[in-house]
Design a protein around this ligand. Structure first.
Ligand SMILES: Cc1cc2nc3c(=O)[nH]c(=O)nc-3n(C[C@H](O)[C@H](O)[C@H](O)COP(=O)(O)OP(=O)(O)OC[C@H]3O[C@@H](n4cnc5c(N)ncnc54)[C@H](O)[C@@H]3O)c2cc1C
Length: 488
């Protein structure tokens, strides 16, 4: 019987298994995919930590975990779990220094204040340098570089026999005896069921952003799932933990990453890299307006309060909106051109009329794209009149605007895109799973998105506060469970 059973060889599970094995523990790892990595295959991999060696190397020596904590609680508007945020930010610099020691290739522009989310008070976000074919200093980062950094340490422990991975082996249920979790049942590659026993079972199975059913159940009131979650993120650990009595919390704390386009309508797939419009006004001052299906503007497009914009979308019918602009805005320097497209692609695809449309008149555009024609006409008329009169914008839009009056007019549809899920297993400060009465479930632990993005980020995207806590909580459990098994 292994000292520790880790379910999921992704971000958190890899870190957990390596730390435990390096301390001398034996670790069985169940992984339903054929390879390790999980969401690291697709994530941007922005990490955040205060007081890192990387920061000191570039002369930032006034950042602290306390500042990081205060920033996260401010950005999450007090909705993150302060206890888990504290645990995460205290471990974060050690996690980033660990990657540094393992040869992590920092993007030369980092540490940075990343402007795609609400900004931290210090430059503490780092990401891996661009890979072949990527733009240098790609702001979307490259989490696969984290996997490449960790792989030699993983391989070394596998070769030493301390990590024993079972691929294509999916957790189906936890084994509970006398109120304690003593292992897991899983289906192996040939479809046969097997039992894996251990006194310490760590769930590191990720979120549920690839499960329309679980998303609908845990996040009621949200529309159809359009997602860029990795395909394995089907919430299996959450379902198994719940069946074993664990409390699941924060499902109602949901937020979207704005800017994804569902290129193939009905596919449910959005993307963060290609087919993604960067909406942050700190990076691109928008010339377009954003309207809901009634054709009404609903938020200041120019604000740097990105979380406020995300929440404004939560208040719109169907949680979707359209970017509306004219030919002059499309020709201009701030045109909302999705990554991987150019201006001519916007024009060509608007002729296809699938996710972007164009028409000579606002009413014609609205009719084609599913916006209320009278509403859009009225909104554009009021917007242009306000600019002509040089009066202030009712929604607080700042800066100098040109009227949107030079046809053809364009509308680009943006669904509410899911990147991560916010609900998960309630854990305590030692990452032990809690039941619905708040008591620990003996033998059961959780790390990573399976504890829910809401725990460390609230209903907001606090930069790096998913992937860094996943690695950090994995490391903490690897260390502490190896010690509990008498190995460290
Ligand atoms: C496109 C994208 C960009 C992102 N960018 C950022 C970012 O810049 N910064 C940030 O902080 N966060 C970001 N995130 C979120 C972050 O990457 C994830 O929250 C984090 O990587 C999840 O780690 P994890 O270990 O919980 O899950 P994963 O890395 O997904 O690992 C879970 C593993 O468990 C396995 N598994 C699942 N079910 C079973 C089962 N039944 N049995 C056995 N194994 C199972 C999976 O196959 C997988 O290998 C992003 C997410 C996405 C999708």
């Amino acid at each position: 019987m292994a000292d520790i059973l880790v379910v999921g060889a992704g971000t958190a599970g890899i870190a957990c298994a390596i730390l435990a094995a390096q301390a001398g523990a034996t670790v069985t790892v169940l992984e339903k995919d054929a390879v390790i990595g999980g969401t690291l295959h697709v994530s941007a991999g922005h990490l955040s930590g205060a007081g890192t060696r990387r920061q000191r190397d570039v002369g930032i020596d006034d950042d602290t975990s306390d500042r990081h904590f205060d920033d996260v609680m401010r950005l999450s508007r007090g909705e993150a779990d302060p206890v888990l945020v504290r645990l995460a930010v205290e471990e974060a610099p050690h996690t980033i220094d660990w990657l540094h020691d393992l040869g992590f290739a920092f993007d030369p522009s980092t540490p940075a204040i990343y402007l795609g989310h609400d900004a931290y008070s210090r430059a503490r976000t780092v990401w891996h340098a661009a890979g072949p074919g990527q733009q240098p200093a790609s702001p979307l980062g490259r989490a696969i570089g984290i996997l490449e950094t960790l792989r030699p340490a993983w391989d070394e422990q596998v070769a030493a026999g301390r990590i024993v991975p079972h691929f294509s082996t999916a957790l189906t249920a936890l084994i509970v005896e006398d109120g304690a979790v003593v292992g897991a049942r899983a289906t192996g590659p040939a479809g046969a069921s097997a039992e894996f026993r251990s006194s310490h079972t760590v769930l590191a199975t990720g979120g549920y952003g690839a499960s329309p059913e679980l998303f609908a159940e845990l996040t009621p009131g949200h529309p159809r799932l359009v997602t860029h979650a990795w395909h394995t993120a089907t919430g299996d650990g959450i379902v198994a933990a719940r069946a074993a009595g664990a409390a699941i919390r924060d499902g109602e704390k949901h937020n979207y990453r704005l800017g994804m386009i569902e290129v193939e309508p009905g596919s449910g797939r959005g993307e963060l890299a290609r087919n993604f419009v960067g909406l942050s006004a700190a990076a691109r001052r928008p010339d377009e307006i954003w309207v809901n299906e009634q054709g009404e503007r609903f938020v200041d497009e120019t604000t740097h309060d990105i979380t406020g914009q995300e929440r404004a979308v939560l208040g719109q019918p169907g949680h979707r909106f359209w970017l509306v602009f004219d030919e002059a805005a499309l020709a201009g320097p701030q045109a909302p051109v999705p990554a991987g497209w150019d201006r001519d692609a916007v024009r060509a695809r608007s002729d296809e009329g699938v996710v972007v449309w164009r028409d000579a008149t606002p009413a014609g555009l609205a009719a084609k794209s599913g916006i209320d024609p009278a509403g859009l006409e009225q909104t554009l008329a009021a917007y242009n009149a306000r600019i002509a009169a040089a009066t202030s914008d009712p929604l607080g839009r700042t800066g100098t605007d040109a009227p949107l009056a030079q046809g053809p007019f364009y509308a680009l549809a943006l669904p509410a895109g899911v990147l991560v899920t916010f609900g998960g297993i309630h854990v305590d400060t030692q990452l032990r799973a809690l039941d619905t009465a708040g008591c620990t479930i003996a033998g059961l632990y959780a790390a990573g998105e399976v504890v829910g993005g809401g725990a460390t980020s609230g209903i907001a995207f606090c930069g790096g506060m998913l992937i860094t806590p996943a690695l950090s909580f994995g490391r903490i459990l690897g260390r502490t469970l190896a010690a509990a098994a008498g190995r460290a």
